[in-house]
Design a protein around this ligand. Structure first.
Ligand code: BES
Ligand code: MN
Ligand code: ZN
Length: 500
């Protein structure tokens, strides 16, 4: 799929379909939609009058041009009510429009930038959102399916800007949107891959290949190195698996005065270990490296968009399996920092591997540290599949994360980290235990992580509620969501004092 910006007249585009738009309630369209309507001798206005096109959000109306235009089809995308219009609407509408064209078996399309006209939004932001939405909306994961003989893919979309003075802005938006959309889709590719096709070794190889394309420093460390570092918490999770664990490090040098750290949970499959999970739905645990996928993919986008900041990312990667050598409930393990953890439940493995990931990056004394993990089922009880949970020790960093998420059209909400919650993870035999009971399960998990970050400004993102979807709606498709890749990239720019 290629998206490019061009100066021109939407009416004159020689493509399989052109896309124009309509706000709800508008009876005689103006702007580009009006120009197309005129070229069609009022066909769009007529369809509006007949009630066939109402401009509702999510509505797409196909009109055949029957030789009146170079393009054989016009698609009118409904934008909903003008007062409710946002950049996120642009993303979702672009996603729906792209799928509509694909279903109509169009190989090429041309579109105006929704929102930049009477929508009144910034043309660069609109072009960026349009591009992100198109790439996210068209995503499918079918590399393990036999290709269909009659499959048609939308291969090219031209974003047409009539005003020469705005073309540069639109072009910049398309370029950024391409990087961000492709990065999110790369995270989806990693997270959708089943556990037998994406072991810790495979994940490290995929990260390494991306790093060499994008120009990132990459180091992949093996078990003997983890032993030298004293990463007993990570190794205790790996103990039950036949697959060797990997510790993946990516570094980006953007200069500037700030250093950001990322840590991603890289459990390539979570059986629960000896505290084994029930069979129903266990296949979803192939996605337990979604946090790792997000930070890896975000690093790729950061390398391409070049914020003025240094970023160090690490991913502790392992399977969580039962086995003769597996960690047992009651075992005590020692993390890299020297703190000990009593393993009450081997299914609370994410916080164990993250304690060593956080310990590693924290030792580099970054100015901000963000970890991303599918950590607890409890976060879905709290926030459902709408928002990720955030917990940490810095309101200033949370505010910036909130701004980043807003810019990305992803949602995050903070849970409190009151000292009282620490009671729940007190152990009789070790410095802490790895479960804190049913109450406040996401927070007690974060309380354990906090033990490994000192006073570094830190935020933990629990994305277990938003990692996969089983529906197609706007930018959401079935399978891995690619959240929060775009938020992380925006955050890097905000921390570099240069918001995207
Ligand atoms: N990977 C799971 C969390 C999870 C659950 C992710 C559902 C995505 C969807 C995590 O390792 C886990 O098993 N957490 C346990 C912790 C409990 C044993 C304290 C949980 O949430 O049940
Ligand atoms: Mn688990
Ligand atoms: Zn897990």
């Amino acid at each position: 799929m290629e998206i490019r910006a061009e100066q021109g007249d939407i009416v004159q585009q020689k493509v399989d379909a052109i896309i124009v738009n309509l706000f709800e309630g508008v009876e005689s369209p103006g702007g580009a939609t009006g120009a197309v309507d005129q070229a069609l001798d009022g066909a769009i206005s007529q369809v509006i009058k007949d009630g066939g096109c109402r401009g509702k959000d999510g509505e797409f109306t196909l009109i055949h041009t029957l030789g009146k235009l170079p393009a054989p089809r016009v698609v009118v995308a409904g934008l909903g009510k003008q007062e409710d219009f946002t950049l996120d609407k642009v993303r979702n509408i672009a996603a729906g429009a792209a799928r509509f064209l694909r279903t109509a078996r169009c190989v090429s399309g041309a579109t105006i930038t929704h929102g930049a006209g009477i929508g009144g939004l910034d043309p660069r932001d609109c072009a960026q959102a349009l591009t992100e939405g198109t790439l996210l909306g068209l995503y499918t994961f079918d590399r393990h399916k036999k290709p269909k003989d009659d499959a048609v893919e939308l291969e090219q979309l031209t974003v047409v800007e009539s005003d020469d003075s705005r073309l540069d802005a639109v072009r910049r938006g398309v370029d950024r949107g391409t990087v961000l959309g492709e990065a999110a889709n790369f995270a989806r590719d990693l997270a959708n891959e089943p556990g037998n096709k994406l072991t810790p070794t495979d994940l490290a190889e995929r990260a390494r290949a991306m790093a060499s394309d994008a120009g990132l420093e990459c180091e992949v460390y093996d078990q003997p190195w983890m032993e030298e570092q004293g990463m007993g918490a990570l190794l205790s999770v790996a103990a039950g698996s036949q697959q060797p664990p990997k510790f993946i490090v990516l570094r980006y040098h953007g200069g500037g005065s700030s250093h950001l750290g990322f840590v991603g949970k890289g459990i390539t499959f979570d059986t629960g270990g000896i505290s084994i999970k029930p069979a129903a739905g266990m296949e979803h645990m192939k996605g337990d490296m979604s946090g790792a996928a997000a930070v890896i993919a975000a690093m790729g986008a950061i390398a391409r968009l070049k914020p003025e900041i240094d970023v160090t990312m690490c991913v502790p990667a392992t399977e969580n399996m039962p086995g003769g050598n597996a960690t047992k409930p009651g075992d005590v393990v020692t993390a890299m920092t020297g703190k000990t953890i009593e393993v009450i439940n081997t299914d609370a493995e994410g916080r164990l591997i993250l304690s060593d990931g956080l310990g590693y990056v924290n030792a580099l004394k970054p100015d901000a540290l963000v970890d991303v993990a599918t950590l607890t089922g409890a976060i879905s009880i709290a926030l459902g599949d709408v928002a990720m949970g955030a917990m940490g020790n810095s309101d200033a960093l949370y505010d910036r994360l909130q701004r980043a998420a807003e810019a990305a059209g992803e949602k995050v909400w903070q849970l409190p980290m009151y000292d009282e919650y620490k009671e729940q993870i007190k152990s009789n035999v070790a410095d802490m235990k790895n479960t804190g009971g049913r109450n406040a399960g996401s927070i007690t998990a974060a309380m354990l992580l906090q033990e490994f970050v000192d006073d570094t400004p830190w935020i933990h993102i629990d994305m277990a509620g938003v990692d996969v979807y089983d529906k197609v709606k706007g930018t959401t498709v079935k399978g891995a969501s690619g959240i929060p890749v775009r938020t992380l990239v925006h955050l890097a720019f905000i921390l570099a004092d240069d918001p995207l």
